[in-house]
Ligand binder design. Structure first.
Ligand code: GUN
Ligand code: ZN
Length: 434
């Protein structure tokens, strides 16, 4: 809808490149102005320079003392797992059996699915996440419910129906044929309808027959501008299971490669137990990693290797993986990513973390120019971060000497409380209660 001309005064930060590989990677306007017209960014720059370009009498929303950045992008999350977040288990496979599958069963009920989808989207927006790549369940009703709620709020979301036809309870099983047919019907109905985008979603190799993976790959070729999402190399027990199920594959990732599932817009969650040959294929095919630190630490899955991923130029993004992940907040996700990197001997600057949670996510999903920064014409999805959100954050941030230190404090100490407001396509979709 037409939201007219709007202007916001605050400190502005957005990225034009990956700070790990480029000297000039971001724009920072201490006293900045963001101008939005009809849901799109018209200009972002210094207040002193841009204020004269506003028509006489344009109201300027004053957010001085706060920081405006592009909305966060969470490239891997399961909306049906909202109600089972923080459920303990000794590892991925028992966690799936004990909590995940029984919880996902309830999404055959469209009313239940709608109620959870509404809570889930509220929570994402409270945390400043404006785009997510979302798993639904095996039930097409769960996808209908999700897209209906997302479309009603005009959010840029990516989602898909889980495909799984073996090694899971009967009540969560499709077949190779029904899974492909239902996915294709959902693509035709929802892909590129408004801001909605579809992701072909084979859960992971162990829960699909070869026939299902074959059909998923064919669908990915027939609809090349759709997304594809799955899990790979998360846990050593899972990796061993895949080796026994697919003895001819060179590696776990090679199973997906064999079926034509590596391409731009293919997002691979976890990627912990990959080797150099796997990472080379990720880079060559422009497939992207969704790195999920709170989940990987919570489930004891392992430590993502930042050093090798960057050395091999693998497209990289950050994700929560709720309900394996323990927070919806991309700030908390940065906090944990920083520590995972430290454990591997890599230092992850705060500027890099904010890049990964914004433009890096957009790039990994081939959405640069649409979301993730404030280039003119981009969709106006942005957030207002408050360095005074808590007494401790206020105390620490008032003693920072650089942008890097301020961002680092926000990442390490921040969470949903840090997000004062969230805007999607120029509309305010969350306002923190003070
Ligand atoms: N692997 C297969 N399914 C899942 C899931 O739901 N969560 C996580 N973290 N890993 C998976
Ligand atoms: Zn997951």
């Amino acid at each position: 809808g037409n939201t007219g001309l709007q202007a916001y005064r605050a400190s502005l930060l957005h990225f034009t490149n990956d700070p790990a590989f480029h000297q000039q990677a971001y724009a920072w306007h201490e006293d900045g102005l963001l101008i939005v017209n009809d849901g799109k960014v018209q200009a972002a720059g210094d207040y002193a320079q841009l204020k004269n370009s506003l028509p006489e009498g344009t109201a300027v929303q004053d957010y001085r003392g706060k920081l405006i950045t592009p909305g966060f992008i969470d490239t891997h999350i399961h909306y049906p797992q909202t109600d089972m977040i923080a459920s303990p288990a000794p590892g991925l496979l028992p966690w799936l059996e004990t909590y995940t599958f029984p919880t996902e069963r309830k999404f055959s009920d469209p009313e239940h699915a709608g109620e959870v989808a509404r809570f889930f989207l509220d929570e994402l927006l409270r945390c400043g996440t404006t785009t997510a790549m979302v798993y639904c369940t095996v039930h097409p009703e769960s996808v209908e419910a999700f897209f209906t709620e997302s479309e009603a709020r005009n959010l840029r979301m990516v989602a898909g129906k889980v495909m799984m036809d073996r090694n899971c309870p009967e009540f969560l099983r499709d077949t190779a044929e029904s899974g492909a047919r239902e996915s294709e019907d959902l693509i035709k109905k929802w892909h590129k309808r408004g801001r909605q985008l579809y992701a072909i979603t084979p859960r992971f190799a162990p829960t699909s027959t070869e026939a299902q993976l074959q059909l998923a790959g064919e669908l990915a070729r027939a609809y090349p501008d759709t997304y594809l999402q799955t899990h790979v190399a998360e846990n050593t027990d899972e990796v061993a299971w895949v080796k026994s199920l697919f003895p001819k594959a060179r590696s776990y990732l090679d199973v997906y490669d064999h079926y034509g599932m590596m391409r731009p817009r293919a997002m691979y969650a976890h990627c912990i137990w990959l080797d150099d040959a796997d990472r080379a294929r990720m880079a060559e095919t422009h497939s992207a990693v969704s790195m999920c630190p709170t989940s990987n630490l919570f489930l004891g899955s392992g430590l993502f290797n930042f050093e090798r991923a960057d050395a091999q130029h693998v497209p990289l993004s950050l994700a929560t993986d709720v309900g394996g992940g323990t927070s919806f907040s991309m700030l908390q996700t940065m906090n944990e990513a920083y520590k995972v990197a430290r454990m591997g001997g890599t230092y992850l600057p705060a500027l890099r973390m904010f890049y990964l949670a914004t433009l890096g996510g957009a790039r990994s999903m081939q959405l640069e120019g649409t979301i993730g920064n404030f280039v003119a014409g981009a969709e106006a999805d942005f957030i207002v971060l408050d360095p005074q959100a808590t007494p401790l954050l206020a105390r620490r941030s008032s003693r920072t000497d650089s942008l890097e230190e301020l961002l680092f404090a926000l990442a390490l100490l921040g969470d949903d409380r840090t997000v004062a407001a969230t805007y999607a396509a120029g509309r305010q979709v969350h306002l923190r209660k003070d």
